[in-house]
Design a protein around this ligand. Sequence first.
Ligand code: FES
Length: 102
Amino acid sequence: MTSSDLPLARRSDVAPGTTRRVQRDGEAILLCNVDGTFYAIEDECTHDGGELDQGELEGCKIMCPRHGAYFDVTTGAALTMPAVLPVRTFAVRLDGDDIYLA
Ligand code: FES
């Protein structure tokens, strides 16, 4: 069994409109529930390493609490300065109440 065989979290752990930081193979991943659809991005701002789980999810956007850059959690795109590079995204799959990396 590899770590990808283990669920990241349960769906019930990440309510709509909220996020949850999880660790996988030493990397911080942010699970985001956008109106019932789950997305996963790296939990590290591409501007200067801010932890995005400390920001509020606003629809499909999340704001880095350090300097205010917004990212689209569905694509990873940096939407506003000072961030210009996207965050990595990860495909997820659901199996019952469990969320896995796809
Ligand atoms: S570290 Fe995120 S906007 Fe600067």
